[in-house]
Design a binder for this molecule. Structure first.
Ligand code: QAP
Ligand code: CO
Length: 174
């Protein structure tokens, strides 16, 4: 198992469109386990492969408070969307920022599970919102793209400043 490094906005690699997974094999299952470990220790409720610089169509999520309801979706496609949900979203790639985003309330999704079996599931509530947020990552899209240009710029500038300060601190300490 391993904790993977999470890319942060505005890293251009977060804009990559992921390619379909061709083989659901032991190597992929190892990656899935590492993604869960990375998400749980963050801690987060969802993580897309794009965020760890792996450009495959794969995401993990667990929105339960007990952290015992893991979901893995490989090559997900949305079959149906219903209703509207407005949720205050965050993102492990945009640390410290939370903003309201409008998405579908219910979704029906087709995907492969960790055994490579085709599944169809209905998701609602926070899990539905989280799956849509993570599927956006696979298209190179971030929740900040739904905000105004002004808000997005402010978030980008603050994160760039924080990164610069962290680099300076490391240079002095090291
Ligand atoms: C996506 O995001 C999500 O800023 C998953 O400092 C979030 O797990 C979908 C996190 C909310 C729907 C609603 C964010 C952790 C975790 C931060 C996450 C932070 C530490 C975000
Ligand atoms: Co995210």
């Amino acid at each position: 198992m391993a904790i993977l490094k999470i890319l942060e906005f505005p890293d251009p690699r977060l804009r990559t469109r992921a390619s379909p997974v061709e083989n659901v094999d032991d190597e992929l299952r190892q990656l899935i386990d590492d993604m869960f470990e990375t998400m749980y220790q963050a801690p987060g409720i969802g993580l897309a492969a794009t965020q760890i610089d792996v450009h495959k169509r794969l995401l993990v999520a667990d929105v339960s408070s007990e952290r015992n309801d893991p979901h893995v979706l490989i090559n997900p496609t949305i079959l149906q969307k219903d209703g509207v949900a407005v949720t205050e979203e965050g993102c492990l790639s945009v640390p410290g920022f939370y903003e309201e985003v409008e998405r579908a309330e219910h979704i029906r999704v087709r995907y492969l599970d960790r055994d490579g079996e085709t599944c169809e599931s209905d998701f609602e509530g926070l899990l539905a919102v989280c799956v849509q947020h993570e599927m956006d990552h696979l298209e190179g899209k971030l929740f900040v793209d739904y905000l105004s240009e002004t808000k997005r710029q402010r978030i980008r500038k603050r994160l760039e400043k924080e990164r610069k300060e962290r680099r300076l601190q490391t240079a002095v300490a090291g």
